[in-house]
Design a protein around this ligand. Sequence first.
Ligand SMILES: CC(C)(COP(=O)(O)OP(=O)(O)OC[C@H]1O[C@@H](n2cnc3c(N)ncnc32)[C@H](O)[C@@H]1OP(=O)(O)O)[C@@H](O)C(=O)NCCC(=O)NCCSC(=O)C[C@@H](O)CCCCCCCCCCCCC(=O)O
Length: 725
Amino acid sequence: MAQYARGSTVAVIRLCNPPVNALSRAVLQALEDGLKKADADPSVKAVMICGENGKFSAGADIRGFSSPERSGGALGPIVSLIESSEKPVVAAIEGVALGGGLEVALGCHYRIAHMKARMGLPEVTIGLLPGAEGTQRLPRLIGVPAALEMITTGKHIPATEALKLGLVDEIVEENTIEAAIRLANKVIGQPLGPRRLSLKPVPKLPNMEAFLDKALVKVKKQAWGCLAPELCFQAVRAATERPFAEGVRRERELFQVLLSSGQAQALQYAFFAERAVRRWATPSGASWSSAAPQPVRKAAVIGLGTMGRGIVTCLVKANIPLVALEQDLENLNKGRKAVMVLLEREAMKMEGGAQTLDFHNPARLQFTVDFDQLRDVDLVIEAVFENMALKKEIFHKLSKICKPGALLCTNTSALNIDEIASATNHPQQVIGTHFFSPAHVMRLLEIIYGRHTSPTAIATAMQLAKALKKVGVVVGNCFGFVGNRMMFPYIQQAVFLLEEGSRPEAVDQVLEDFGFKIGPFRMSDLAGLDVGWRSRKDQGLTGPSLPAGTPARQRHGQRYSPLPDLLCEQGRFGQKTGRGWYQYEKAGGRTATPDPWLLNFLSQYRDTHGIKTRFIDQEEILERCLFSLINEGFAILAEGIASGPEHLDVIYINGYGWPKHRGGPMFYASTVGLPRVLAKLQKYSEAHPDVPGLRPSAFLKKLVAVGNPPLKEWMSYLSQQSSKL
Ligand SMILES: CC(C)(COP(=O)(O)OP(=O)(O)OC[C@H]1O[C@@H](n2cnc3c(N)ncnc32)[C@H](O)[C@@H]1OP(=O)(O)O)[C@@H](O)C(=O)NCCC(=O)NCCSC(=O)C[C@@H](O)CCCCCCCCCCCCC(=O)O
């Protein structure tokens, strides 16, 4: 847990808890024992603390925060113990020093880091604040502005930046441990008072109050309903106003508030969920543990529309040589220009500027209209628009042209992967890769396996997600897959609520107050109402193929709202046309304002269809939208489309703007309590018997019947009982 070794003068304490040397109770105990041993041994003149396996420490053991014996509690006193040592203590930082790991280093009198090391106080990202005196020591060392930035954002900083900030005393390219021992020997006998951060004053700013007031406004704006950033801010403010010991007391109080908040639990669940989904499995028994990815040395993207451009940008950023293909020269040139603009922008954002992205070299990024150029690629991502016939035509061509082992990916948000694969001779190599717009920004990659998709293809797509710095989530093939399938009932409820008497801005407000970055109507205006309209026409739900005599508000015996179709028929496609559910300052405008035309239109629509307008309160808006989405989630789990609730939650957090501090829809359902979710769905379903999305799923009912088990046990009920569902 921590190994103690004594050299001639320097004692070495090595934190040892693979894979990241998290500070569990046992590690902390061993660290304390090592410090006491070194203190008691007169031949030891200095101490060096480092971590096993080239990593200092990723901080307190996060799992410990939800266990009855919390692991982090003893850390603050140990950091104090390090600092008060009469023998110099040097931290040798390799790999990462994060959270409590960095706080340990801040207790040391000297810090030396490898130039590839990263440091940070990311507690805010898991709903906490640095609780081992870090909020009090860091501002004393690097000043309030830099400390506030690190603590309220949780960003990791590279060693070079840490050196500039004064966070470390030295960086080295070679052996950090040897350099730290040399430093420890060098400083033996030097006064330690000036090296004890708790004794230093917080560096003054000429306008501290004004600076803090402005900083608070920024923190609140970025927090988006999340508590931790503001409490982090308050802890740093305490460092500017109070002596060290009082600041520490304040830090502990604030830490307690966060620890007992549901938000910390949700964010920590999200942290582990994101890691859990890497261990993918399919119902047929394929899994991450046995499947190996194949290398992707060269890739191709077909289609340079909005999605294709973003995907090309991702691949270039991941340093994968690439062929970008369009159907004709006009579209190719348009696409090439747009890609270049995106890449220039991305290069500006990256450290080192444009040189870091090699996109002017045709050997790395080639634009073509010639399918023959795809002969030697290892992977193709088709990103043309959502049209089955077109996609099948392309896959048929790819199957003939590409080399036998090439992975054939389709970027689709709903279409049937098996049908697309049927156009090829290699269905085992066909897989869905559903990117989210803008593809070079959004973290989610939904990876959809079809009936014939091989485990190697899934492993390769997961490996690609990692290379693109995305979160890959493996799901099964059904209409809309996981994300959009859960979104359909949510949007449907939002529109039904308008029919019944609500307004777009009222529905959006409720969901934005809940924490969504953008409500359903603003989102629909942003994405373009024509996208769904085209899909509904393809499904025969509206448009010329709709059989004559179909009731306006019913399809296949179920309730249907033609409202979005009627808006499209008026040319109201959303932001792009300057009108949609809202009005905008111009076509392509971004500022949504309520549109009196729409209110009038809704009122006439209700009159036409004999709908009595009623007042709908916030609770009903929230419950009908969220619980119908969650209900679909239970159906998805029961069908084996996703292998656990974590998958659904990771998809929603990373692709649909679900507030991370609420842990994802399924985690949220578990915090609301499944009996309550069920009771509400039953109530709404009774009121709207023609809406299947409100009819409680059999799996949800089952879980309530077995006593509302914790989320991590849900799937076990399914495997035992699925045949009876
Ligand atoms: C470190 C990483 C950057 C590594 O990333 P990489 O991609 O390489 O690898 P993975 O992310 O896949 O990680 C590998 C593996 O390790 C697991 N893991 C990583 N970090 C931790 C961790 N800190 N704890 C536990 N496990 C960890 C990860 O889950 C993977 O395993 P898996 O099986 O899931 O695949 C990256 O991992 C990363 O960013 N890690 C998190 C870093 C972080 O957030 N650190 C901060 C931790 S919180 C902390 O340090 C708090 C401190 O400030 C101390 C607080 C002291 C509290 C004192 C409070 C006193 C007052 C209250 C008293 C209460 C008393 C009472 O109530 O009883």
